[in-house]
Design a protein around this ligand. Structure first.
Ligand code: SAM
Length: 252
C-alpha cells in the first residue's frame, strides 16, 4: 500500500505511519473514482499519483522552517509548533494539492482550501468527511474575493499554492491573505528564474520578499522543481487584490 510514496518520503526524512498510508490510499481511490465523473486531474495512475501529487505536495515541508532547513531558509515564521493551530491556506487547491496531503501529515494544521470550481470543492468536501478531518474550511470562491474579505485577509501564517498562475499573478492572490511575518511557498516547475524576475515588482509592491528558492527532483523525472519561499515583510496596500480576473488580465 503506497509503497513508493512511503519509500520516497523517507528519503526526505518523513516517516509515514500506517494511518497516513491508509489515508493516502483512500485519497487515491476516491480521486480516481470521482475522476470518472468529474475531470479533476490528468494524473491518475497509481504510481503517478504517489509521486506527482502526493510526494510533490509533501515536498512543501522542505520549506517549513525547522531545524533542518534553518540554514537554507531563514526562519521568520514561528512554525516550530507547526501542527498546533498554524493557519494555512492552499490557494487554487484543485483536488486538494498540496493542502490535503499536508493536512494528512499534520492533522493539527488549521487549513483553508480555496477553489473557484464548484465540482472540485464537492470532491474536497467528500474527502474531508471520509477522512474525518477537523479544522479545515473549504471556500468555493475566487481568491480575489477571499483576499478582500476581513474574514480571510491577513489571517494566515502560511500560504501554499501549486500550478495556479504565474508568480506576478499569484503574488496578488496570496500575499493579501498573509499576516506580516507569514510565509508563502509557491511550488513551481522548471525555468523559474525569468518568471521570478518578472514578478519582482509585484512581490515588492504587495509586501513580499523572496527569501529562498529551493530546487528538488521527483524520482525518475528529469525536470527540476522549485519551492519559492516568500515572506511577508510589510502590509499589502488595500487596493489589492483587484477584482476577479483583473490580476490575470493586467498583471502587476
Ligand atoms: N493546486 C492544484 C494542483 O496542483 O493539482 C490545482 C492546480 S489547477 C492547474 C489550478 C486550480 O486553481 C484550478 O482548480 C482552478 O480552478 C483554481 N484557480 C485558478 N484561479 C483561481 C482563482 N482566482 N481563485 C480560486 N481558484 C482559482
Amino acid at each position: 500500500m503506497m509503497d513508493l510514496l512511503a519509500a520516497e518520503a523517507s528519503g526526505i526524512g518523513l516517516s509515514l505511519t500506517k494511518a497516513h498510508l491508509m489515508a493516502f490510499e483512500a485519497y487515491y481511490r476516491e480521486l480516481t473514482d470521482w475522476n470518472q465523473r468529474f475531470n479533476l486531474t490528468t494524473i491518475i495512475s497509481y504510481e503517478d499519483v504517489q509521486i506527482k501529487h502526493l510526494l510533490d505536495s509533501l515536498m512543501c515541508i522542505l520549506a517549513f522552517p525547522g531545524e533542518s532547513t534553518q540554514e537554507l531558509i531563514p526562519n521568520t515564521v514561528p512554525l516550530l509548533q507547526r501542527d498546533h493551530g498554524l493557519r494555512c491556506a492552499d490557494v487554487g487547491t484543485g483536488a486538494g494539492f498540496p493542502g490535503l496531503p499536508l493536512k494528512i501529515m499534520y492533522p493539527g494544521l488549521n487549513l483553508t482550501l480555496v477553489e473557484a470550481t464548484h465540482k472540485k470543492t464537492l470532491f474536497l468536501q467528500h474527502m474531508v468527511e471520509l477522512l474525518r478531518l477537523q479544522h479545515i474550511e473549504i471556500v468555493n470562491q475566487r481568491v480575489e474575493e477571499v483576499g478582500q474579505s476581513p474574514k480571510w485577509r491577513r489571517q494566515y501564517d502560511l500560504i501554499v499554492a501549486r500550478a495556479v498562475a504565474s508568480m506576478n499573478v499569484l503574488a496578488e492572490y496570496c500575499l493579501p491573505l498573509l499576516r506580516v511575518g507569514g510565509r508563502w511557498i509557491a511550488q513551481k516547475g522548471d525555468g523559474i528564474e525569468p518568471e521570478l524576475a518578472a514578478a519582482e515588482y509585484a512581490i515588492r509592491t504587495l509586501g513580499g520578499k523572496v527569501v529562498a528558492s529551493k530546487s528538488y527532483h521527483l524520482p525518475n523525472l528529469p525536470e527540476a522543481r522549485h519551492l519559492v519561499v516568500i515572506d511577508k515583510v510589510c502590509e499589502t496596500p488595500d487596493m489589492y487584490p483587484r477584482r476577479p480576473g483583473i490580476p490575470t488580465k493586467h498583471p502587476l
